[in-house]
Ligand binder design. Structure first.
Ligand SMILES: [Zn+2]
Length: 254
């Protein structure tokens, strides 16, 4: 396998601090030669930028993740806008809405998210979207701004929702969660989706495979994601790799 791109991996995570270099090398040896690393809050921007400087294989996006909604401020939005201007960011994110965790202020989430959609449109950059329990709400914001240059990472909506979303050209990202034998609904969804609309991700170190629960998910695991999703689709892993890589290149203008 060669030329795979991990469309969503948190390589800056401190859980990779002691063996990051080796893990990146091992993934590269397995044919994964590009990693898209989304920053999640302004205090992670320096680490992500440093990573891209150190590794040619790392591309990055900058954004304000809904998990950290209590930390984000208007100043952070301004800093994001400024950072987008003079950095090599290839997109905006990770941003979006998370209505799953009840203690995250929904109204503030909407404000911070919508501001990032406006920024993305202004800079003509793709959005890396985190969507949990809020597929319709996130899609509505995209529709309001008529801006669909985006990927919904680790998608977990219905086939009905997916239909409308891909019709607007938004990509859907899938990782280890879709590979679990218990994930019947997700598997049905992947079965239904054309591979032209799919991106692959590890979301490492989060979202470990069902059989490695509690451990880190690793950069090299994209290979397994590619294999498993290809099997669900009934296509050759090579075909899956080529198409999903083309999808990532298309959206992120790589
Ligand atoms: Zn993420």
């Amino acid at each position: 396998m060669k030329g795979l791109i991990d469309s969503h991996i948190h390589l800056d995570d401190e859980r990779f601090d002691y063996d990051r270099k080796e893990l990146i090398k091992l993934a590269q040896l397995a044919g994964i030669n590009r990693f898209i690393v989304p920053a999640v809050s302004v205090n992670r921007f320096p680490a992500v930028l440093a990573l891209a400087k150190e590794y040619d294989a790392v591309a990055y996006t900058l954004g304000l993740h809904p998990y950290y909604i209590n930390q984000h401020s208007a100043t952070d939005l301004e800093f994001l806008a400024q950072s987008l201007q003079d950095s090599g960011a290839i997109g905006i994110g990770e941003c979006g809405l998370d209505f799953h965790l009840k203690d995250l202020d929904k109204d503030k989430q909407k404000l911070i998210f919508e501001a990032q959609v406006i920024l993305a449109k202004h800079f003509n950059l793709p959005l890396v979207l985190h969507v949990r329990g809020a597929v319709d709400e996130v899609f509505q914001v995209l529709k309001t701004h008529n801006y669909f240059k985006a990927v919904m990472h680790s998608f977990n909506g219905s086939i009905e929702q997916a239909k409308q979303i891909i019709n607007q050209g938004v990509y859907l990202g899938f990782g280890p969660a879709a590979c679990s034998p218990q994930a019947h609904k997700l598997k049905k969804l992947v079965e239904y989706l054309p591979i032209e609309n799919i991106m692959l991700e590890t979301d490492a170190p989060d979202q470990p495979f069902y059989d490695r629960y509690g451990k880190r998910n690793l950069p090299v695991d994209l290979l397994r994601v590619n294999q498993d999703i290809a099997a669900i689709k009934g296509v050759e892993p090579e075909t899956m790799a080529i198409q999903t890589t083309a999808n990532v290149k298309q959206l992120f203008n790589l």
